[in-house]
Design a protein around this ligand. Structure first.
Ligand SMILES: [Mg+2]
Length: 305
């Protein structure tokens, strides 16, 4: 089938109501930190978590999820990201915690704190009962039935969790790109991207306070691999830095799902971008064609899902 559009949908926060699941994720993470990792009283840890969270929210642009010294995401882009950042800042700021984590995560892939928060995220999101957004099943069903589209699910979570959860919706046959590591930053990666106003760059300037580092080779390779088998790619996600910025600079369409936690700066940037669109709800997704990357247009120029 010609002119097929791969529609890559992010999982956490896009198909699911992350904002309704984050309290449980934080609770389970603090339980594990208290009992197994830091071995400190739970109540004390919770107070520190709340205090750290307040500090971050007072200046969200000064904090974020850091990997190998680069910023993978600002702290306020998503509910799960805010939880991850809060845990990372809390663990780094306390030398006793940092030592305990370094002892337990000796063989760290990134650094002990990032590995520890990844461990907590994967372990505990797998235990949470999925809460899908309204329209999630219908959107996926519609894409699966329409031969113009190939839906794919993109996630930093493990693919088996996502597969299990999708089954509860009665959905089968959606390919999952699991563990895509949009947060895998590599300061030594030399690839640059063209931006009409910013020239060849590795850092996408958003506004005076925000910029997105594009040095994400693992995610870039995943998108490149998928692009080979499709006429066009559209990415749909609830956050900008992790899943959204790279597709935009690579010439793909990006649909930002607006949620209760979406920061104004993300919404404004995507709204103004020629290949960006902000969705007020998941159900309002309508993949447009053509894309300015030279994709052949179909009859009506717009494929309603
Ligand atoms: Mg997400």
């Amino acid at each position: 089938m010609k002119n097929q559009v791969k529609v890559i949908l992010d999982y956490d926060g896009t198909l699911t109501k992350e904002e309704a699941m984050v309290d449980d994720l934080a609770r389970l993470s603090l339980d594990t930190l208290s009992r197994e990792i830091l071995r400190v009283p739970r109540a004390h840890l919770e107070e520190e978590y709340e205090e750290t969270r307040r500090l971050i929210l007072s200046r969200p642009h000064e904090f974020g999820w850091e990997v190998r010294g680069l910023l993978a995401s600002y702290s306020d882009e998503g509910a799960f990201i805010l939880n991850t950042t809060t845990l990372q800042v809390m663990l780094k700021m306390n030398p006793f915690y940092a030592r305990r984590v370094a002892n337990l995560f000796r063989e760290a892939e990134y650094d002990p704190v990032v590995d520890c928060t990844n461990y907590l995220f994967h372990r505990h999101t797998a235990e949470l009962k999925p809460r899908f957004r309204q329209g999630a099943k219908e959107i996926l069903d519609g894409l699966l039935r329409d031969e113009r589209f190939i839906p794919l699910i993109l996630t930093n979570s493990k693919g088996d969790k996502v597969e299990r959860n999708l089954k509860t919706l009665g959905l089968k046959g959606v390919r999952i790109l699991g563990d895509t590591r949009q947060y895998e930053m590599d300061p030594s990666w030399g690839r640059r991207f063209f931006h009409p106003g910013q020239g060849m760059t590795q850092i996408l300037r958003i506004d005076q306070r925000h910029k997105v580092d594009l040095r994400r080779p693992v995610y870039y390779q995943a998108l490149t691999r998928e692009a080979r088998g499709a006429e066009q790619i559209a990415v749909v996600a609830d956050t900008l830095s992790l899943p959204g910025a790279l597709p935009l600079v690579m010439g793909m369409r990006f649909y930002l799902l607006k949620t209760s936690y979406t920061p104004f700066w993300c919404e404004e940037f995507v709204k103004k971008h020629e290949r960006g669109e902000v969705l007020e709800s998941l159900s309002s997704l309508s993949v447009k064609d053509p894309c300015p990357t030279g994709i052949p247009r179909d009859g009506n120029g717009k494929g309603r899902i």
